[in-house]
Design a protein around this ligand. Structure first.
Ligand code: KG4
Ligand code: ZN
Length: 361
């Protein structure tokens, strides 16, 4: 039997420096993720600091990944790398590394859209997730509902009109002094809430787009409302049980907003008569267990299969980049050595045109 082809993937678009090696048989042979600690003191990602840290760690992570997989560069079939969207200094570090390896070893290169990495992860981890599927992409920088029609072919049904949902988690956590990143901290503290109904009644939060037509989101009102509630307490003196109640109320409100938007999107998606209807959730916020449970329930209402990647593949990693690269490589979709990096790169090119038009008015 011929050996499965292998792709080395590189991710450096935000604050994770990551390198992975994935086979066409969907085996993850190496999975190196270094979450940069340098940003903790700043309470958020500092682009210049991120780029320097990527530069410092990238080479040894490539070596570590090869060692973990027990292969050499000569065993690889191609190199895949995040070419955007993201913080451009960091993206450049990954892309220059990938181009150098590809040039020296004469390997094909694949420029991967980071969002497509998230979007295709479930096809790496789960059997038979067939196109088209409905995709909720929720991360620190993105919040979109898309129909994934094929590799490189997406229709955007909705997006956030202000903050991304992960950003809302991060900002709310910062207000509560819970550190960064905020999502896991809020989820953890929310679990201490004794009575969720009472917590919501005591600390009600707005749900701006609920019931409105379409699939767009809005989250910025939530953090403003949380700030107002916090201001009601003496500075820095929020009792832990109050913070837990606030976190639970926040998390449930986010779940309500996502649920309402997904219900609208499901109608549009099912109108396409997908042969194997599925709701997929991806991106860092997809690691939230409460949100996963709510989305699973909504999918069941309409008979959709619900698929979410394992937690370690929800947040940024390079296995998803290697896999998106593999999907493209197997379809002959490789890139020239001079491909550009892109700070902005919508999955749906039409979405870019719509956004540009709406910015002009
Ligand atoms: O996909 P990701 O690793 O990076 C981006 O591409 O943005 O997502 C990071 C985001 C952060 O905003 C983080 O707070 C959020 O995902 N996040 C979570 C959880 N784990 C990570 N949000 C809610 N609940 C979680 N358990
Ligand atoms: Zn991401």
């Amino acid at each position: 039997m011929t050996k499965p082809r292998l792709i080395l993937g590189i991710e450096s678009s935000c604050d994770e420096t990551a390198v992975a090696i994935v086979g066409e048989d969907r085996r993850i042979l190496a999975h190196q993720v270094l979450s940069q600690r340098e940003h903790l003191a700043y309470g958020g990602v500092v682009p210049e600091v991120a780029a320097r840290a990527h530069l410092e760690h990238m080479d040894h992570l490539v070596e570590d990944a090869l060692r973990e997989a027990g292969v050499t560069l000569g065993d690889l079939s191609a190199i895949a790398v995040t070419a955007g969207p993201g913080l451009i200094g960091g993206v450049l570090v990954g892309v220059m590394t990938a181009k150098a390896i590809a040039q020296v070893r004469g390997l094909p290169l694949i420029a991967v859209n980071h969002l497509e990495g998230h979007a295709l992860t479930v096809r790496l981890t789960d059997d038979d997730v067939a196109f088209p599927y409905l995709l909720l992409l929720v991360s620190g920088g993105h919040c979109q509902i898309l129909v994934a029609k094929d590799v490189g072919d997406y229709i955007r049904l909705g997006t956030t009109i202000d903050d991304a949902v992960g950003e809302a988690f991060d900002k709310t956590a910062k207000l509560l002094g819970l550190g960064w990143p905020g999502g896991p901290a809020i989820e953890k503290l929310a679990a201490e809430c004794a009575d969720i109904t009472a917590a919501r009644a005591k600390y009600p939060l707005p749900r701006p787009m609920l019931g409105k037509p379409g699939c767009d989101f809005s989250f910025s009102g939530l953090k403003t409302a949380v700030r107002r509630m916090i201001d009601g307490f003496p500075a820095g003196d929020i009792p832990r049980h109050v913070a837990a109640d606030l976190c639970a109320s926040f998390q449930e409100t986010v779940a309500d907003i996502l649920a309402d938007r997904i219900r609208h999107a499901m109608i549009e998606y099912l109108a396409l008569s997908p042969p194997a209807p599925a709701l997929v959730v991806a991106g860092g916020v997809a690691a939230n267990k409460r949100l996963r449970r709510v989305l699973e329930g909504i999918a069941a209402e309409k008979g959709l299969r619900f698929v979410a990647p394992p937690l370690k593949l929800c947040t940024d990693n390079a296995a998803m980049i290697a896999w998106a690269g593999m999907e493209r490589f197997l379809r002959g979709m490789t890139d020239d050595i001079d491909f550009p990096v892109r700070a902005r790169w919508p999955l749906d090119p039409q979405a870019g045109i719509v956004a540009a038009k709406s910015q002009k008015v």
